[in-house]
Design a protein around this ligand. Structure first.
Ligand code: ATP
Ligand code: MG
Length: 354
């Protein structure tokens, strides 16, 4: 089975974009692959954050993976920072322990194997740093984040990475880093150190747009909560957000290249109802205007999210269960990670402890 790795940053609450662009396909393909789903907490500190909120969001994100349908019997679910932290606590053979402690070194090695020029081209860095209140306070971590992401994908030897469309460029970068490293340090080796991973991107809803701006992607880090539907929003909040969402003043409702808001809302409606584009188009022809469509959309969202929210409520009532899932996931992740680390270290010419 091919290896899959993907993750979401525990910043805020997962939203409809994360669900439709990423998590939905993790669940749908769960049987076909060998899965690692990670809560990428190390990525969540690339922008200003509240420490207390980070730990809560980490557990919330993991619980939402399970609530959305990830089955811990078929997939490994773990927290990114547990893989090296965990190793420091465990009693294990010295060789393996030493290799595990290299997680920060692994990232450093990839930093040194990545040209700055490659990172300067990253669109997400440009966008997020432009949004920062003070350009000078943007962290080195935000700039370096795509290398950290690459380091994780490569650490677990992932062949496939199911992500939303916004991560396409970072996946290309990951492939470039893997290729450069293999070419420079593992050319003569029978086995390459890193696998070049491929992005898996869904055909529809690969980029869910903000409810307040049909040209910007829906994001956890958008300051305006009205811009997104969070997976844990109550029915009232969903109704209010849909009522207030941006629309256009063109007569009738339908898909059109110059109607970004209409396309986005109709795309969400398709996903929530399971109807095809043609079916939605036919239905839309009967709607008088946004006033007819918005309540239908809100109802569809509420109905679709209800079972997920019910499962989530059960999971948060059982914190020990969640902790045990994350412990087992980290152990499985650690196995693969320590092997890759040792290989990468040898390839670069480091000595291994005897
Ligand atoms: P942040 O603003 O903190 O970066 P985010 O909403 O972009 O948060 P991430 O944790 O960066 O979420 O991304 C998690 C996954 O969700 C990735 O696979 C990403 O491609 C996907 N994703 C994020 N936003 C969208 C969106 N609007 N539409 C579809 N997929 C998305
Ligand atoms: Mg993001």
């Amino acid at each position: 089975k091919k290896r899959v790795l993907s993750g979401v940053q525990p910043t805020g609450v997962l939203h409809l974009g994360n669900y439709l662009g990423a998590i939905r396909q993790w669940v749908a393909n769960q049987e076909s692959y060998d899965n690692f789903f990670c809560v990428v907490d190390s990525h969540a500190i690339t922008q200003p954050h509240d420490p207390k909120e980070l730990s809560q969001a980490t557990y919330r994100t993991a619980a939402l993976y399970l609530a959305a349908g990830i089955d811990p019997k078929r997939s490994n679910i773990f927290v990114q920072s547990h893989v090296s932290a965990h190793s420091e606590l465990m009693h294990s053979p010295p060789g393996r322990r030493a290799a595990r402690l290299l997680a920060p070194l692994h990232r450093w090695m990839l930093n040194c194997a990545t040209p700055m020029g490659w990172l300067e081209k990253m669109i997400q860095y440009k966008e997020k740093s432009q949004r920062a209140a003070n350009a000078k306070s943007v962290s080195v971590g935000l700039f370096d984040y795509p290398v950290l992401m690459a380091a994780d994908i490569l650490l677990y030897q992932a062949q496939l990475v199911p992500v939303g469309d916004d991560q396409r460029q970072h996946l290309e970068l990951t492939r470039d880093i893997a290729r450069r490293f293999n070419d420079k340090y593992a050319k003569k080796k029978k086995r390459k150190v890193f696998v070049e991973p491929e992005a898996l991107i869904v055909k529809s809803n690969a980029r869910v747009m903000s409810l307040q701006d049909g040209t910007a992607k829906m994001s956890k880090s958008d300051a305006n909560d009205l811009s997104r539907i969070n997976l844990l929003d109550s029915p009232d909040e969903i109704r209010r957000k849909i009522k207030k969402c941006k629309t256009d003043s063109i007569k009738g409702i339908g898909y059109s290249p110059d109607r970004p808001e209409a396309n986005n809302l109709l795309g969400i409606y398709e996903a929530m109802t399971g109807k095809s584009k043609e079916e939605v188009e036919a239905e839309a022809a009967t709607w008088v205007g946004w006033g007819t469509f918005k309540p239908l959309l809100a109802d569809a969202l509420i109905a679709h999210l209800e079972p997920l929210q019910a499962r989530y409520a059960e999971l948060v009532a059982e914190p020990e269960y969640l902790a045990s899932v994350l412990r087992e996931g980290a152990e499985a992740a650690d196995e693969t990670a320590s092997r890759t680390l040792a290989d990468a270290k040898r390839a670069m010419g480091f000595t291994l402890p005897g």
